[in-house]
Design a protein around this ligand. Structure first.
Ligand SMILES: *Cc1c(COP(=O)(O)O)cnc(C)c1O
Length: 363
């Protein structure tokens, strides 16, 4: 892939303004450039890195009306050698294509996605924050650009990658467990729908549920299946719980659950975590009674942004509250978080190929 570079404004300008040692928060900042590539006449073309900024989109673009748009979220880390490494980026590239397929968006070869991400990180590497626990959050996405109001798959698309220099998700340490609302009113996905894709529209559809959760003092909704029997996931995170013997249980991936790369990594690590990790169908009634009997001692969510989100309690729509253990962050949750983040930061050797060096080409 022959990438065209338009590296203005000059790199120096931004590096003067950008102080990488302050707390930058999560997802607030952008780097100076973005990667773009278009799909037209049946092929992906014109790969380019240009200054970050607004693009021209036709008012009739299909993505704006019919939501034909998918995205990814990944992270890159700076190791002690000063170099930047992506984490399981091949899995994100593979999943973007899986999501794209569900929304009738043409696939973009995985290696092209990875080359695009590496090239962009390379030119914007000076924007890596120096804060402890920092990362470059990577956001690749594809959206339909054809200007047409009839409903059928677009024949034109844009693939874009942008980067957000981010601090750790937990700014004041990993110490607070969240509450989830178990809702029988809101559902994220049904079998045969778009639940297994990272579709923009799935997130639009979750906003109302998020507002309801806030009214209950909960961070997010824990979604059940359409029959309100099984535990599915948390909307931007998969769900997990830990049994008294230390085993970690993740609900089985179905077509109503987005296959989290964080969950997959925990499953792949298994032994390295020193406990059994397995997938099961998790029935709500059993789950609640196992928390009450003390068989389930910890619970939480898995996702790239926070890595692990400990859950201290659940609340039902009738205000009934179920507390997991003593409601605080448990030892197993802390260990899972540490093992995974140590691998990401290069402090612990993970399985072959999980971290990939971003080669120095331009900067
Ligand atoms: C992105 C996402 C997750 C988390 O997946 P990761 O690959 O771990 O970041 C979980 N559920 C949904 C619905 C998502 O969109």
């Amino acid at each position: 892939m022959q990438i065209t570079y338009n590296l203005k404004p000059a790199l120096e300008r931004r590096s003067e303004q950008f102080n990488p040692t302050t707390n930058v928060g999560f997802g607030n900042l952008r780097t100076d450039h973005m990667f773009l590539m278009d799909y037209r006449d049946g092929e992906w073309c014109d790969p380019r890195i240009v200054p970050y900024g607004p693009f021209e989109v036709a008012p009739g673009a299909i993505a704006l009306h019919y939501g034909q748009s998918v995205f990814e979220g990944a992270k890159a880390f700076q190791h002690d050698d000063g170099e930047i490494y992506t984490f399981r980026i091949d899995k994100n590239a593979e999943r973007l294509n899986r999501s794209a397929d569900i929304l009738c968006i043409p696939a973009l070869p995985e290696q092209m996605q990875i080359d695009a991400i590496n090239a962009l990180i390379d030119v914007d590497r000076l924007w890596f924050p120096m804060q402890e626990g920092a990362c470059l959050y990577i956001r690749p996405f594809i959206f339909a650009t054809e200007d047409r109001l009839s409903v059928s798959p677009s024949e034109q698309y844009t693939f874009c990658v942008m980067l957000s220099p981010s601090g750790p998700y937990y700014s004041d340490g990993f110490d607070k467990a969240i509450r989830l609302l178990i809702s029988e009113r809101f559902h994220r996905a049904v079998s045969g729908g778009t639940g297994a894709s990272k579709a923009a529209g799935n997130y639009a559809a979750s906003l109302k549920a998020g507002k309801a959760a806030a009214e209950y003092g909960a961070a997010q909704v824990l979604y059940l299946d359409a029959n309100n029997k099984q535990i599915e996931e948390v909307g931007a995170m998969n769900h997990f719980h830990v049994l008294k013997d230390g085993s970690i249980i993740i609900p089985k991936f179905t077509d109503t659950i987005l296959k989290s790369i964080t969950s997959q990594s925990i499953l792949d690590l298994g032994e390295l975590l020193g406990c059994e990790v397995r997938q099961e169908t998790v029935m709500l009634d059993q789950f609640i009674s196992d928390i009450e009997s003390g068989k389930i001692i910890e619970a939480g969510g898995f996702g790239t942004a926070a890595v692990v989100s400990p859950v201290g309690s659940y609340i039902f729509e009738d205000n009934r509250v179920i507390t997991v253990g003593d409601g605080n962050v448990g030892e197993h949750t802390k260990r899972i978080y540490k093992v995974l983040t140590d691998i990401q930061k290069g402090l612990l050797q993970g399985p072959e190929g999980w971290v990939q060096h971003v080669k120095r080409v331009h900067v």
